[in-house]
Design a protein around this ligand. Structure first.
Ligand code: SAM
Length: 215
């Protein structure tokens, strides 16, 4: 039997988000509206609202919904921002960002996944303000910089300098940094030319590859 996706979405938001402290009302509304089941492979649809990452092909995953929500909330989007996402994957996080910001550029290293994400975003009518680029996002996407907010969905050994360079002032970057397997989720602010940083949580992401990632 096909589940009632709206009920599944509402339950996800209540149990996985609100009860764990996610408070941004615009974000919670977006999570209630975006059909996550359309961003996972057909054989994983029944698990779309589970509390785990899910395989999306090419050895990659769509992140746990709570992690997507936490990373988005940490960006404190108001609706006016130009956002860069590194690691498009399925396009689900890009859709969430697109609902909360003015424009989103999202870069995916694996061309086949970039193509799937483009299709997912178009099919769900979420593609109007989102540009999907196939390329090495560890170098950012200087053509459309500066970005008011940058989020990286893969674990980096260090904060890539090109991302700091392409961050607006003021601007905010959320990125997992650490070892190949386990990382710290860091929030970095650029303000009046200075950089501040804090650790928001521990996390486990697939490795950021590319020139400024793991070789
Ligand atoms: N945000 C995605 C979503 O909503 O489905 C999940 C992203 S998945 C956890 C991490 C993604 O980062 C993978 O698709 C991987 O191919 C991609 N990736 C890894 N290194 C990258 C790089 N240097 N540039 C762009 N994408 C990269």
């Amino acid at each position: 039997m096909i589940p009632d996706w709206e009920i599944e979405r509402r339950e996800m938001v209540e149990v996985q988000m609100r009860r764990r402290g996610i408070q941004d009302a615009r974000l919670l509304r977006a999570l209630e509206e975006i059909p996550r089941e359309e961003f996972v492979p057909p054989d994983a649809r029944l698990l779309a609202y589970g509390d785990d990452p899910l395989p999306i092909g090419c050895g990659q995953t769509v992140s746990q919904p709570y992690m997507t929500a936490l990373m988005t909330e940490l960006l404190e989007l108001t609706g006016a921002e130009n956002v860069l996402e590194v690691g498009t994957g399925s396009g689900y996080h890009a859709a969430v960002l697109g609902a909360l910001a003015a424009t989103v550029v999202t870069v995916e290293l694996i061309p086949a996944l970039a193509a799937v994400a483009r299709r997912n975003l178009a099919r769900t009518g979420r593609d109007a303000n989102i540009l999907v680029i196939a390329g090495d996002g560890s170098l950012g996407y200087p053509q459309l910089a500066p970005y008011d907010a940058i989020t990286v969905a893969a674990g980096a050994p260090e904060i890539p300098t090109p991302l700091l360079d392409q961050l607006n002032d003021p601007g905010r970057l959320v990125i997992p940094v650490g070892e190949r397997r386990d990382q710290e989720l860091r929030v970095i602010w650029k303000r009046n030319g200075a950089i501040e940083s804090r650790v928001a949580s521990l996390c486990r992401f697939v490795p950021l590859r590319g020139e400024e990632g793991w070789r």
